[in-house]
Design a binder for this molecule. Structure first.
Ligand SMILES: [Zn+2]
Length: 351
């Protein structure tokens, strides 16, 4: 049995075969005092090759990754694998069951809770179990996100840069294998407490992505994510090439790069209103271009306010809901990066 704080796992992760079960999460509140919270986990292991950890439901209202991880368990057999996959389709199960971004038990955002702690609530305990027991087993972690209820995201993988040029080069190779239409380039320490940083600190390669959003399932993003995950599993040496082809891997197309760092700007409203978007996700916009019209919710005589782009670039993220309040972002605009700009960003010595 594997233990970490209030989390325990009784299924065997290390022998060949195909098994599923649960991480038993304890939480002594009014509802769960005499219960366990069963977080589903699956393992499919063929040979002694590399292990890949695939997580969905890091945020509970992001569905494509949850479906991809469940589909992998359904369709993979041990004979397909030179190594193994460990699947956590509902990493933050309480958030998944609530259909919300964060856990209703402790308000915990899983992707701000790594590397985890045994005594800071259920979200940090689950993160700590992953850090302690799963990253050390895995050569690669694939963490599948979408925009969630509030935003729609261009279908993209994350290139999270570090100060280590070699690590950046390996991360770039993973993004090219994943081959989603876009790769967004994030600066070092983009978010504290995320799964990516904890995996890297444990010596486990990691890639994360955004597959659609708005709390719906995008069939297109699901198909792109599925094919990309199969390419990553095959590229890592965990999945036999013929199995990847049978399951629908397909060839890797080119990915384009966009700056999510210093070159990116938000279009933010500073009034209550109903926002009418004037641009679409993925559209190229100019600095000063009107992105939306904001109409006063009460006063018909108040002219609509124009919300303009602060900088030129692509619409990388779009807010779902039209009803907005001061401080709400409507869009995130980031410029496309040339190969030269990407090279300089990824190799600090070339800067
Ligand atoms: Zn997410």
């Amino acid at each position: 049995m594997l233990d970490y704080g209030t989390v325990s796992c009784r299924i065997d992760l290390d022998s060949p075969g195909k098994r599923s079960g649960w991480l038993d999460l304890g939480h002594s509140d009014n509802r769960h005092d005499f219960s366990t919270i069963p977080v589903p986990i699956g393992v499919v292991r063929g040979g002694p090759g590399p292990v890949v950890l695939v997580t969905g439901g890091n945020h509970g209202d992001e569905y494509e990754g949850q479906l991809i991880a469940r589909r992998l368990f359904e369709r993979l057999t041990p004979a397909d694998l030179a190594g193994a996959v460990i699947l956590l389709p509902a990493l933050n199960l309480p958030a998944v069951l609530a259909g919300r971004r964060v856990s209703p038990l402790d308000g915990g955002n899983m992707n701000r809770s790594f590397p985890g702690a045994p005594d800071r609530g259920p979200t940090a305990a689950l993160a700590g179990f992953v850090t302690t027991h799963l990253f050390p087993r895995a050569a690669l972690a694939i963490d599948l996100h979408s925009g969630g209820t509030d935003v729609d995201f261009i279908t993209s993988s994350y290139l999270c840069l570090s100060a280590d040029a070699g690590q950046n080069a390996r991360a770039l190779d993973l993004c090219r294998d994943f081959a989603l239409p876009w790769t967004v380039v994030a600066p070092p320490s983009h978010t504290a407490g995320d799964l990516d940083s904890a995996a890297q600190a444990a010596g486990c390669a990691v890639i994360s992505c955004e597959l659609g959003g708005s709390g719906r399932v995008s069939q297109k993003a699901l198909a792109q994510g599925w094919a990309g995950v199969l390419r990553l599993l095959r590229g890592a040496g965990a999945l036999h090439p013929q199995a990847a082809a049978r399951l629908g891997e397909g060839p890797a197309g080119p990915t384009r790069f966009a700056d999510l760092g210093a070159g990116a700007t938000h279009a933010t409203v500073m009034h209550h209103g109903i926002a009418e978007p004037l641009v679409a996700l993925g559209e190229q916009v100019a600095a000063g271009q009107a992105l939306a019209l904001l109409r006063d919710p009460f006063d018909l005589a108040t002219p609509a306010r124009e919300i303009a782009a602060v900088s030129e670039g692509l619409v990388l993220v779009r807010r779902r809901n039209a009803l907005v309040a001061p401080g709400d972002h409507l869009f995130l605009i980031g410029p496309e990066m040339t190969a030269d700009q990407l090279l300089r960003a990824a190799d600090p010595r070339a800067a």
